[in-house]
Design a protein around this ligand. Sequence first.
Ligand SMILES: NC(=O)c1ccc[n+]([C@@H]2O[C@H](COP(=O)([O-])OP(=O)(O)OC[C@H]3O[C@@H](n4cnc5c(N)ncnc54)[C@H](OP(=O)(O)O)[C@@H]3O)[C@@H](O)[C@H]2O)c1
Length: 338
Amino acid sequence: MKTYRVAVVGAMGAVGTEMIKTLEQRAYPVSELVPLDIPANEGKTVKWKGQDVKVRVAKEGAFAGVDVALFSAGADASLALAPIAAREGAIVVDNSSAWRMDPAVPLVVPEVNPEALDAHKGIIANPNCSTIQMLVALKPIHDAYRIQRIVVSTYQAISGTGAAAIAELGAQARAWVSGGKIENSVYPRQILFNVLPHIDVFLENDYTKEEMKMVHETHKIMDPNIQVNPTAVRIPVFRGHSESINIQTEKAFSVAQVRALLEKAPGVKVMDDPSKLVYPTPLDADGKDEVYVGRLRADPTVPNGLNLWVVSDNLRKGAALNAVQIAETLVSRGLLGK
Ligand SMILES: NC(=O)c1ccc[n+]([C@@H]2O[C@H](COP(=O)([O-])OP(=O)(O)OC[C@H]3O[C@@H](n4cnc5c(N)ncnc54)[C@H](OP(=O)(O)O)[C@@H]3O)[C@@H](O)[C@H]2O)c1
């Protein structure tokens, strides 16, 4: 089997760590893992197949001989380094928001639009975590019944903000238990025992950037004609985003038909039996690959309305897994090592 040199940029971060784990768990054909990060992390190690591999500095020249570079080092690093990596011959799969809306860059969820990869020019973008899990669940419904409108409220885990936020929630919990002062620096308010209707910056239209990412990315990946009305909310959960989704479709359906569609949809696991208290929660999704769907029920207030509750691990399908699946699809579509 052909094998590939794979770089992970931001290798010490929350997503980078998960990417390395996912590459190993899914037995991606890696000939050499190249972990890259900031100079302060040079020489630190990551675990790869039981061995310690030294982290190198992400800079010009670091991508020579690399086939695929999975980026998760933030938008500034991606803007600066992704073109360099592509020039040096790597295909970049970027997790940040830097390139997602560039018309020359495919924005891909492998279960939804894998064919978009064929037009890549060296950089491929991984969508926002909230968009990915929503579209994996909605794509089969859209194909069958044409979704016209989506109203979505998210309940997003703090690991979506990265390693510093994970540390902040832990520190606030320890301070609360010991009666100490609860301090915040990553979030504008205390996140422990709180809920913040605020993810990323506020824009001129009073929506947040996170909310508008869900609108624009849904249009680019699935259908520009769908109306999307999002509210993005941060909750004090470590791992796993949840979404309350209300849709309206053009064609009529029964809930049983939708359930049957979702039960055979790639990447989806239906977990829906209220009589037995079966519904997905972030702890059910922790460390798992699937997008879990529950609480399926008709919305009686509008024609062809449906409510769903969708939960997935933001660090897996929302980030690392989707990126690795893109790298896998590059191989299966014959796009790597051309
Ligand atoms: N967390 C999620 O669920 C999620 C989901 C989808 C997308 N993303 C995106 O993925 C990216 C990374 O997120 P994260 O949650 O993993 O953040 P993180 O935990 O803060 O990790 C980022 C890592 O990249 C390093 N880094 C910063 N600048 C760099 C540079 N110029 N070159 C190389 N490495 C650099 C950081 O080092 P220092 O911390 O030492 O500066 C850190 O090790 C972000 O763009 C984020 O929006 C995250």
